[in-house]
Design a protein around this ligand. Structure first.
Ligand code: DGL
Length: 265
């Protein structure tokens, strides 16, 4: 059985490639909902509905374990998926999110007193990062800035505007005198260099966190790991393909990616 990775769009490809580099032996199925990206301004009900459809697709296509690489889906739909969807539909499979491992990583090599989180509006509104960061350290202060423009610019090749937009968001975040910044959206892995060029505090980027966390999870859960097949296959599915998405996928994955269009129900 495979490892599935789900993101609202193509941003999750950067994380998927980082996971594949760390754990190349397994079989991977990526699903990006490019037809409906961005999720970041949608309601919790809609995000849950879309996420359930994606989980169904990936489970039906033989995934044992799914990484919800989309922070917005992790924030708004993970808990309900684990508590309701899985027990009713696929009790022996697993879904893992991004927020807990990212919050853990913030405190692994340092103890920031005030953490800044850059994320989509839905993720910010859910307060999921505030909850999980406080679970790690009860006294931590958290400043969040919603960044509604970054994903649309990234998904639509608006590269040249990114620097200016990012400057605006970072200025607001830095006013809170933060000691570390979390890039709380899969897509922002692509911005880590731009962010690191602009701030002198630690920047937590999920492509540098999630692969090791997953390797660790698999070590701790042999009952899941034993079910994973090891043929080194990779499939990349999306719900819409345009010339732009083909270019962007190649940019994100650092190689030409063979995208296959699928329909979610
Ligand atoms: N890439 C997703 C995330 O990590 C969501 C972006 C979006 O669809 O708005 O939050």
């Amino acid at each position: 059985m495979k490892i599935g990775v789900f993101d609202s769009g193509l941003g999750g490809l950067a994380i998927t490639q980082a996971i594949i580099r760390r754990l190349p032996q397994y079989d991977y199925l990526y699903l990006g909902d490019t037809k409906r990206v961005p999720y970041g301004g949608r309601s919790q009900e809609t995000i849950h509905e879309f996420t359930s459809q994606a989980l169904t697709y990936l489970f039906k296509n033989d995934c044992q374990l799914i990484i919800l690489a989309c922070n917005t889906a992790s924030a708004e739909a993970l808990r309900k998926s684990q508590q309701e969807y899985l027990p009713h539909n696929y009790p022996d499979r697993r879904v893992l999110g991004m927020i807990i491992p990212t919050a853990e990583a913030v405190f692994e090599s340092r103890s920031p007193g005030r953490v800044g989180v850059l994320a989509t509006p839905s993720t910010v509104e859910s307060q999921a990062y505030v909850r999980e960061l406080r679970r790690q350290c009860i006294t931590v202060e958290v400043a969040q800035v919603p960044a509604p423009l970054l994903v649309p610019l990234l998904e639509n090749e608006g590269w040249k505007y990114l620097g200016a937009v990012l400057d605006d968001y970072l200025t607001v975040l830095l006013e809170s005198e933060i000691d570390a910044v979390v890039l709380g959206c899969t897509h922002y892995c692509l911005l880590k260099k731009l962010v690191r060029d602009r701030v002198s505090i630690p920047v937590i980027s999920q492509d540098e966190v999630i692969p090791e966390k997953l390797a660790n999870y698999l070590l701790r859960h042999p009952e899941i790991e034993d079910r994973l097949s090891r043929y080194g296959t990779r499939e990349f599915c999306v719900t819409d393909i345009t010339a732009g998405s083909v270019r962007l996928a190649a940019e994100l994955a650092n190689e030409v990616v063979d995208l296959k269009r699928v329909v979610l129900q």
